[in-house]
Design a protein around this ligand. Structure first.
Ligand code: ZN
Length: 103
């Protein structure tokens, strides 16, 4: 089997990026879920293996799409986080995409 970088209809599930709202193959996107930080506050965390339970959202693993998602407060909406307000932290996701990009 020849591996191709071209997008194909048989590429598998497609998800929408919560940052740029663009559609992409699920495997091109980073899954994020809600976890809790050391203080028990909800925090958006990366789930690169896609194995964390609960509701997930998908994002291109780029600082561009991350910034867009933060500005639109898209994480809280996509993940249905209630009670966290605009202060919902997604710093772990920011750290993750930044580390990826500077590799
Ligand atoms: Zn995107």
């Amino acid at each position: 089997m020849v591996l191709s970088r071209l997008p194909q209809p048989a590429d598998g599930p497609v998800r929408t990026c919560v940052g740029c709202r663009g559609k992409a193959a699920k495997r091109e996107l980073l899954r994020v879920t809600v976890g809790s930080d050391a203080h028990g506050q909800p925090v958006v965390a990366p789930d690169p293996n896609g194995t964390a339970p609960g509701r997930g959202a998908h994002l291109h693993p780029t600082t561009e799409c991350y910034d867009l998602a933060v500005r639109r407060r898209a994480f809280g909406r996509a993940l249905r986080v209630t009670g966290a307000g605009p202060g919902l932290s997604s710093a772990p996701v920011g750290d993750y995409v930044m580390a990826r990009e500077t590799k």
